[in-house]
Write a protein that binds this ligand. Structure first.
Ligand SMILES: Nc1ncnc2c1ncn2[C@@H]1O[C@H](COP(=O)(O)OP(=O)(O)OP(=O)(O)O)[C@@H](O)[C@H]1O
Length: 287
């Protein structure tokens, strides 16, 4: 469904260049519900904005379904945003119109897309648990309820992919659980592929797979040991997802990212010795 290879994004201003993504590889399968984690500044939002068609990549490959995000015309990009992807932000003010009711908010993108479907809009609001509040104006709803309206809006044009940037960032833990359960339901019942960007490891137990981004590159992948297990705890004391198996990502050229702390512990700077003993590959400082 999503295929990124060697994806590069450089932000240029008058005198500085920031390399936000420096050759990132990522594959997301159809029907997956996965998360992208990483520290602040690691490139998560940049990646999501590219996948959502809000920003253009500088180089590399980014293919979503039948769309090549590097080659699309502006008109195709509008089409793509309207019908292929749904987007949810942490700050849901970007998705919502305060003077309209919840129902009217969900219908708005349908009208812009050329086809209002009231029955489906009502169904979506029912799915996110707002059946009784759909005729309330937005300002009469709580922050968590508004976030649920935002989820319904993001699904209003029946997108194949849902992209969520810190969707639980500004809600309490109970609302966070509710939102993650709604995502899971949408994923299972509508078959929507879901990509969630977060720096919150507590979401880890609720997704099938987590890809960690470090310095604009995918570094580690955590895959759920039992995909049918939705582990409420999902975390060890150290904060690492213990229901997931961790893998380092190796790109096609055989490159992998070694965590900085490992390199520092062994005082490895720009060179290392690599040995293969028949079973293991051992990296040591140069003699
Ligand atoms: N429009 C922009 N112009 C210049 N630099 C940018 C722009 N957007 C992002 N960057 C830079 O690109 C890098 C990656 O930013 P990005 O917002 O993708 O990180 P992030 O992982 O989403 O961080 P956070 O969790 O804080 O949102 C950062 O160094 C950031 O300062």
């Amino acid at each position: 469904m999503i295929q990124c290879e060697g994806l590069v994004k450089i932000f240029k201003s008058s005198d500085v260049e920031v390399v936000a993504l420096q050759g990132l590889n990522l594959t997301v399968n159809q029907g997956e519900m996965m998360a992208i984690i990483g520290n602040s500044g690691s490139g998560k939002s940049t990646l999501l904005n590219i996948l959502g068609g809000l920003d253009r990549p500088t180089a590399g490959t980014a293919v979503v379904g039948d769309w090549d995000l590097l080659k699309m015309t502006d008109a195709q990009l509008v089409e793509y945003k309207r019908h292929t992807v749904g987007f949810i932000w942490q700050n849901n003010g970007r998705n919502l119109l305060p003077y309209l009711t919840a129902l009217e908010n969900v219908e708005t993108p349908m009208i812009l897309g050329g086809k209002r479907d009231r029955a489906y809009a009502m169904q979506l609001l029912e799915w996110v648990g707002l059946k009784d509040r759909m005729h309330n104006k937005l300002h009469q709803l709580s922050g968590g309820e508004q976030q649920r309206v935002a989820i319904a809006i993001s699904l209003s044009n029946r997108p194949k992919i849902l992209l969520a940037d810190e969707p639980t960032g500004s809600v309490d833990s109970e609302t966070c659980d509710t939102i993650m359960n709604i995502f899971r339901k949408m994923n299972k019942e509508l078959g929507v592929t879901i990509v969630i960007v977060t720096h919150d490891l507590t979401l880890a137990g609720k997704v099938d797979r987590i890809v960690a981004i470090r310095d604009g590159l995918t570094s580690t992948e955590f895959v759920k040991r039992n995909p049918n297990l939705d582990d409420e705890q999902g975390l060890s004391e150290a904060g690492a997802p213990d229901v997931h198996e961790a893998f380092v990502i190796i790109d096609r050229a055989g490159r992998l990212q070694v965590p900085k702390e490992y390199l520092e512990a062994l005082s490895i700077d720009s060179r290392a010795t690599l040995e293969f003993d028949g079973e293991r590959i051992v990296i040591t400082p140069p003699r």
